[in-house]
Design a binder for this molecule. Structure first.
Ligand code: GLY
Length: 233
């Protein structure tokens, strides 16, 4: 189990991130301390773990008995999906964007990456500009889906750039997905889901394909709603 996470503060234009972090349950809390306590932006692997331990995080076994059994079954299957030849898209990423209503925006993202990934694989989540971006002058964006595909499009900063050129958060999400689909029509079936928000509290959300729908929770003025984004294809 290797976890990736990042967090970005749109006022300071500063992010903190950890990649391939083992044995620590809440990687985004470690990412936040990289931001708050160091002059670095990203720590990875063994160094990220050592930093977490120095900051007082307790190591624990993150593989549950259920996930250990799944892994053993996968390992025993000669036809198992692998990222050498026949990948399966299977992830559980949480992306968040928020504003305080006074012009301050933040973004955060956390994941265990893709199931059956090659050890050491880093997805989009801890890459600043891919998994997260936040700039008080424009807004914040995050992404969930196939991080190997999305890293190639610098998803979050691309959305922010569309917004900087006048697009609403919703228009910016759609514009990026259309661009990804246009450069390679095979991407139309890809697992690409994005969320964005501007400092005024306008929200955008879109999924590339209806097979990978994006459900998102919107919390505003004490009320929370579970919504579903549009899907382009
Ligand atoms: N978005 C999760 C990952 O691909 O790592």
């Amino acid at each position: 189990v290797e976890l990736d996470a990042s967090i970005m503060d749109g006022t300071r234009h500063r992010a903190g991130a950890v990649a391939s972090l083992r044995d620590i349950r809440n990687p985004i809390s470690v990412a936040r301390l990289v931001l708050e306590r160091t002059h670095h932006t990203t720590l990875a692997g063994e160094g990220a773990l050592r930093f977490a331990l120095q900051m007082g995080f307790k190591p624990e076994q993150l593989l549950t008995p259920e996930s250990l059994k799944k892994w053993l079954d996968w390992k025993a299957d000669p036809k198992r999906p692998t990222f050498w030849q026949n990948p399966s898209e299977n992830h559980d990423t949480i992306g968040m964007v928020a504003t305080d209503g006074k012009g301050h925006v933040v973004a955060g993202c956390s994941t265990s990456g893709l199931a059956w990934k090659i050890p050491g694989r880093v997805g989009d989540t801890p890459l600043v500009g891919c998994g997260v971006y936040a700039d008080d002058n424009i807004g914040a964006a995050t992404a969930t889906g196939n991080g190997d595909l999305m890293s190639n499009y610098c998803t979050s900063i691309s959305i922010i750039h569309y917004m900087a050129r006048g697009a609403s958060p919703q228009e910016a999400c759609v514009a990026l997905l259309e661009h990804i689909a246009k450069t390679d029509p095979a991407n139309r079936s890809g697992d690409v889901c994005v969320l964005a928000l501007n400092a005024g509290g306008e929200v955008g959300a879109a999924a590339m394909h209806k097979g990978n729908r994006l459900k998102y929770a919107l919390w505003r003025e004490g009320k929370s709603e579970l919504l579903e984004s549009i899907a382009l294809y």
